[in-house]
Design a protein around this ligand. Structure first.
Ligand SMILES: Cc1cc2nc3c(=O)[nH]c(=O)nc-3n(C[C@H](O)[C@H](O)[C@H](O)COP(=O)(O)O)c2cc1C
Length: 183
């Protein structure tokens, strides 16, 4: 398998909604988790907590908890990203911390040829309650995102979204032009 460089992984990661049932190797699972913990967090608080889901019955139960989790019936792996809001230091930025971990997992997945789908949980209260109950999360633990992961049955591709009209230089409304030294 050819491993894309970091920028290719960023540009060609796509939400994958069709997965092969082929299991994800243990060393790849660990790399995904290491990528999550490598993500930045406000004040380096690292309050993220993670549940790795490989049990077939549990994977099959996910569509009942989340409207977009139907592909979990084929996917061999899901990762639930939570925040323990009872630990210190605690900051207001825990949703972003969990989002950064989610994105790191998805980019690491892409780099290893795995597909992934981000199923948003927080701040949709009904979804949070469904996961708190199904996974017996302790009182101060908040579920933030569910990531479905597996070998993709869809292609990765680069989708051009770059729109310089949405970028300003130094102040709002002033068109952006790249500046600085040329290579
Ligand atoms: C915070 C967040 C929540 C998301 N929640 C869902 C979701 O619940 N269901 C879903 O199918 N996709 C979800 N997505 C994936 C987006 O729909 C997807 O990233 C977007 O359509 C762009 O497609 P791409 O991932 O292929 O670039 C979520 C993405 C983010 C960043």
């Amino acid at each position: 398998m050819e491993t894309p460089d970091a920028l290719s992984a960023i540009f060609t990661r796509r939400s994958i909604r069709k997965f092969s049932p082929r299991p994800v190797e243990g060393r790849m699972q660990e790399t995904l988790l290491r990528a999550a913990f490598a993500a930045p967090s406000a004040e380096d608080a690292q309050t993220r907590r993670i549940i790795v889901i490989t049990d077939r019955d549990t994977l099959d139960s996910l569509p009942a908890l989340h409207p977009s989790a139907t592909p979990a019936r084929e996917a061999p792996l899901a990762i639930l990203i939570c925040c323990d809001t009872s630990t210190a230091p605690q900051t207001l930025f825990w949703p972003q911390d969990c989002a950064a971990a989610t994105q790191n997992i998805m980019l690491a997945a892409r780099a290893m040829g795995l597909g992934s789908l981000w199923c948003g949980i927080h701040p949709v209260e009904a979804r949070e309650q469904a996961f708190i109950s199904a996974f017996s999360l302790p009182g101060m633990v908040r579920p933030v995102s569910l990531i479905l992961i597996g070998y993709p049955l869809q292609d990765f591709f680069d989708e051009q979204r770059w729109n310089p009209k949405l970028v300003f230089l130094n102040r709002w409304g002033h068109p952006f032009e790249p500046s600085g030294p040329t290579e």
